[in-house]
Ligand binder design. Structure first.
Ligand code: UVW
Length: 348
């Protein structure tokens, strides 16, 4: 893959033919393929102080999730033996929408709208995502390697099943835009659609003394979860419904910049990584919807993390003057899942 590859609608072919092409037409891991053993070993060298920080916002932090998503229910029930009149402990049941708090969007969360396809040209179906085991059993030829995805078959489940590749481990890099803006006198409100460009990200990186490496997991802090955390449920609902949230700009320039840096994934503490609403004048992909979601998830196979809790990480990075760290993330082991809490930990 050219280091200056310009994304286009033909990019699926380029992805298949390039550095990310571990499984060609049946690839389900996208840019996570960059996280090979050498990258992981190098990332482990980032651990210098032995400090580990959770990046997971509590699942019920948004009381009334936007976009008609279900809020958390946590039911606790007694474990008891009525015949012996014995109460011996508790179980619990948890139900939530995976998009309602810290999450990864897997590659089937959002499709490339002009083609109607998800990453690697597949057409996800609800039936197969809900029961991927049954779906793969019905298909004719299985790959001889560990991944049971048939060759030359249009798979309709692109659940990356990240547990099959040991989940996500690599070098995380924090762009603390919130702190940078405070120091530079840049004022913005989280819920005004404020957006930053690739050169803004580069300016923050330079200010922090950070250089990017191939395979980095890019994490950008805007302060959105912090703002939401200080609101009532009703205020949160109104903020989400405004469809106006800060983020990185959803432009082809940004897509090109992300691709050309060979990031393995991107995460933020905002709602969609990219600013909402999408920018006017962007003609490459339909304006009615999110733009980077289509590029990153639908075309590049680059997972997006949203609503991550980055305050504690930012504080430690600022104290240590170090903005890179080992990042581990083990999503829920639910084959076919569209999204998942990241269970992400930064270790410095
Ligand atoms: C929005 O909710 C707008 O984005 P996502 O579906 O990625 O969470």
């Amino acid at each position: 893959v050219s280091t200056n590859y310009l994304p286009s609608r033909a990019c699926l072919r380029v992805v298949r033919g390039g550095v990310f092409d571990h499984d060609g037409e049946k690839d389900v891991f996208g840019t996570l393929n960059i996280l090979n053993p050498d990258v992981v070993k190098a990332a482990a060298q980032e651990v210098q102080d032995g400090i580990s920080i959770s990046l997971n916002w509590p699942i019920g932090s948004i009381k009334i999730p936007g976009f008609f998503r279900k809020s958390l229910t946590h039911k606790v029930m007694k474990l008891e033996d009525p015949s012996a009149n014995l109460h011996y402990g508790f179980d619990d049941e948890v139900e939530f929408n995976t998009q309602a708090s810290s999450q990864w969007d897997s590659l089937c969360h959002f499709m490339h709208l002009p083609s109607g396809k998800a990453y690697n040209g597949v057409t996800p179906t609800i039936a197969r995502m809900e029961d991927p085991t049954a779906a793969t059993q019905k298909l004719p030829t299985l790959d001889s390697k560990s991944n049971p995805i048939p060759h030359n078959t249009t798979i309709s489940n692109i659940d990356p099943d990240w547990h099959k590749r040991g989940c996500i481990t690599g070098r995380g890099v924090l762009i603390d835009f919130k702190s940078y803006a405070e120091k530079k006198g840049i004022t913005y409100s989280p819920f005004t659609g404020f957006r930053i460009s690739p050169s803004d990200i580069e300016a923050v990186a330079a200010y922090q003394g950070l250089s990017f490496k191939e395979g980095d997991i890019l994490i950008i802090r805007f302060g959105v979860t912090e703002a939401l955390g200080n609101m009532t449920g009703e205020e949160q609902a109104a903020a989400m419904a405004s469809y106006s949230v800060c983020g990185i700009e959803g432009t082809i320039e940004m897509a090109r910049w992300l691709w050309n840096h060979h990031f393995a994934a991107i995460a933020s503490d905002n709602i969609a990584v990219e600013a909402m609403p999408p920018m006017e004048g962007e003609e490459v992909l339909p304006l009615t919807s999110l733009v980077l979601h289509q590029w990153c998830l639908g075309l590049f196979g680059m997972p997006l993390g949203e609503l991550w809790d980055l305050k504690a990480l930012a504080d430690v990075c600022e104290e240590k003057k170090r903005y890179s760290f080992l990042l581990t993330s083990a999503p829920l082991n639910v084959p076919g899942a569209v999204g998942s809490p990241p269970n992400a930990i930064a270790i410095l």
